[in-house]
Design a protein around this ligand. Structure first.
Ligand SMILES: [Zn+2]
Length: 396
């Protein structure tokens, strides 16, 4: 079993150990080494593994993954083989671990506040590349939080972070363990490790934690969405919270500059712009519809089809909503047949009193289908002339 140095000191970035076992890694060209003692954290409890390197006489090996097996042996995935018995100097990427400890520590604080303020119980932690999530079972099976509840949780956690209370981790004796006011029962029965974050939170946890709540920096909830009957809370802490704030501020500043308004008035400006745009689109659409109807009428010919008016129209790309409105209006009149190519989009339509199957006609000249009175599809503009010839020949 590997002696896990991070249990005692979660800021131990460098240590010395000896390789006790070596085996081939899961990926070709990689190796796995177990040490007698290690400060590398193996993936567990939702917290990802540490990365870093082994320095030894004759070279260095990169640590790209760390896992723990059932026997408590910590296995380090390496990019080269380091023989059994080699004395190594382990160097951990402290920046990565600090980030993980900020998110993990913040999750404890958030879970404690959720229990205290909302009587919600948290299930699992997922510490992702961008943000972290926890699923919360709330009383009454609620799957959302109000804005006030989100503020209450953030304020509670951030006030406790600013108090900079000590965070203590230890392995209590059975008698002491039975007396501890844990937020929830431990999932293991042996070697139970406890983390106490000031007076705010106490649970069993084998992870790495900052030495005091102040080192979590701050917590920001990003979203709350329903997931599998629970409320899924996404959040960021520490350096990530500052990075998110910077990113959102930049976006807000750019949007404000684009709309020529201060950030506080962005939402009102955006709504006003949206309604002005919708109105302008409605106007443009009405104009395009009128233009199309005008084109249909100018293309009309009546000579060839026993009193039926045929309009064969080839025009450029047009807004589908305007086409639809113009076509509907046109075939409301009696005795009309319309063959329209707007760009590569075909629309063949007729009045209710004209007995021609437009869906069949469109399939004969291009691709598409629809109802006997109104069909649409795709094809080259020339399809319109081919369809006109068919109608003239067959309806004589
Ligand atoms: Zn923990």
């Amino acid at each position: 079993m590997t002696e896990r140095l991070y249990y005692e000191d979660s800021y131990l970035w460098e240590f010395d150990g000896t390789v006790t076992r070596v085996r081939e890694g899961k990926k070709a060209g990689t190796w796995e080494a177990a040490l007698d003692r290690s400060a590398f954290y193996p993936t567990s409890g939702g917290q990802p593994f540490d990365t870093g390197k082994f320095v030894f006489a004759g070279g260095e090996a990169e640590v790209t993954d760390v896992e723990v097996d059932r026997e408590g042996e910590v296995w380090h995935t390496l990019d080269k083989v380091v023989p059994e018995g080699t004395a190594v100097h382990g160097v951990i990427d402290g920046k990565r671990r600090t980030d993980h400890m900020e998110q993990h520590g913040g999750e404890h604080m958030l879970a404690g506040a959720i229990w205290e303020k909302l009587q919600g119980t948290t299930i699992g932690l997922h510490l992702g590349q961008e943000d972290s999530t926890i699923d919360v079972a709330l009383p009454g099976e609620r799957t959302h939080l109000t804005e006030e509840e989100i503020c209450l949780l953030e304020d509670t956690v951030n006030e406790r972070i600013r108090l900079d209370a000590p965070i203590r981790c230890w392995f209590p004796e059975e008698e002491e363990l039975a007396q501890l006011p844990l937020r929830k029962a431990p999932t293991v029965t042996e070697h139970v490790r406890i983390v106490a974050m000031g007076d705010f939170e106490m649970v069993a946890c084998g992870g790495t934690h900052p030495s005091s709540t102040g080192r979590i920096g701050m917590l920001k909830i990003l979203s709350v969405i329903p997931a599998k009957g629970k409320a899924r809370i996404s959040f960021v802490c520490g350096g990530r919270a500052a990075a998110v704030f910077r990113k959102y501020m930049r976006c807000a500043d750019k949007a404000g500059a684009a709309l020529s308004c201060p950030v506080e008035k962005l939402s009102r400006s955006a709504s006003e712009l949206k309604s002005r745009l919708a109105e302008a689109e409605r106007k443009a659409n009405r104009f395009e519809t009128k233009e199309l109807l005008e084109q249909f009428r100018q293309a009309e010919s009546t000579g060839d089809l026993k009193g039926i008016t045929l309009a064969a129209v080839i025009t450029g790309e047009a807004d589908p909503r305007a086409v639809s409105a113009a076509v509907s209006e046109y075939i409301e009149e009696k005795g009309k047949l319309l063959l329209l190519a707007a760009g590569e989009r075909l629309t063949f339509a007729r009045s209710a009193d004209v007995k021609v199957d437009m869906a069949e006609l469109i399939r004969r000249v291009g691709r598409g289908g629809g109802r006997p009175d109104l069909a649409s599809g795709a094809g080259i503009p020339e399809c319109v002339n081919v369809a006109r010839k068919i109608l003239v020949t067959e309806m004589k």
